[in-house]
Write a protein of this length. Structure first.
Length: 150
């Protein structure tokens, strides 16, 4: 795809509010995949970003909501010409920042590599714990070609 359209001076923001049930993971993956195709991201970038969001979504269910499937996760995708940012907001238990750091890959044991994958796929990841309740995870991916509005 070419350069961003002239009218895209302000970031575009798409939002979804999703129940914290694993059965909705497919909805999230399909939404994000279709959007990333429309924006012209490569297959490799699409697969990576969908994996990162999948990992984050399952981490929220398991760790922040402790398996409670009746809660809500708010997903926002912010589209700018040079970067796409995916924000995931939960309203559950806030994590200890030291516990969300990826572990050493030499520490071989089941599970716990989600944050490692997320950090290796995305260009920037931040956790905002300032709200006092829940967390906002922001994951950004730059691209060589500008994002174009769908």
């Amino acid at each position: 795809m070419g350069s961003a359209p002239e009218h895209m001076t302000q970031p575009e923001r798409l939002t979804l509010s999703i129940p914290s049930h694993p059965r909705y993971l497919r909805v999230v993956r399909d939404f994000l995949t279709a959007l990333l195709v429309e924006l012209g991201f490569s297959r490799q970038d699409r697969m990576g970003m969908v994996l990162a969001v999948n990992e984050a979504y399952t981490n929220v269910i398991e760790h922040c909501y402790q398996g409670d499937v009746t809660q809500r996760i708010d997903l926002a995708v912010v589209i700018e010409p040079e970067v796409i940012t995916i924000e995931m907001r939960d309203y559950g238990k806030q994590p200890d920042p030291a516990c969300i750091e990826p572990r050493d890959l030499q520490d071989v044991r089941p599970g716990g590599l989600g944050t490692h994958f997320m950090r290796s796929i995305m260009d920037d990841i931040t956790y905002d714990l300032s709200s006092g309740a829940g967390t906002v995870l922001r994951m950004s991916k730059r691209r060589s070609l500008p994002c174009t509005s769908p």
